[in-house]
Write a protein that binds this ligand. Sequence first.
Ligand code: HEM
Length: 136
Amino acid sequence: MTSEPQSFYRAVGGEATFRRLVEVFYAEVARDDLLRPMYPEQDLEPAAQRLRLFLEQYWGGPTTYSDQRGHPRLRMRHAPYPVGPAARDRWLTHMRTALDAVDLPPLARATLWDYLERAAHSMVNTFDDPHPLEHR
Ligand code: HEM
């Protein structure tokens, strides 16, 4: 990793920014009828913590994610969950709402969004979307 992501984590406000991002994101997931049932735990807080620690590490913050979870291998970790185009689009919609809530300078926002969009596309592991009646 270059020194750029290190300064990115700091430049966007460090932990507080990622906390807020993930807090808003999971508040949206909590009321999403397609995504919410995919999360195995009743409590979304541990999942929120894993996402926050991963993102902090990715952008040059503390390496707590890998200290606790090992190598991210995110595609492998998502294999148990059917991530189709509809799930991906919902995920990105909630991330956009979350990004709106953190109020970053335009370049930082664009950088983060570009990454999240590419990452979400790379996580797709099925092209079957659940039938609207099957995930209620
Ligand atoms: C594209 C749509 C996506 C869906 C529907 C989705 C869904 C899920 C679900 C159901 C889990 C399991 C909850 C848990 O126990 O942590 C999970 C875990 C996780 N996701 Fe996603 N995800 C998506 C994309 C992404 C992307 C783009 C990233 C990263 C930029 C990401 C990062 C993570 C991380 C870090 C974990 C925890 C992995 C672990 O340490 O076990 N996800 N995701």
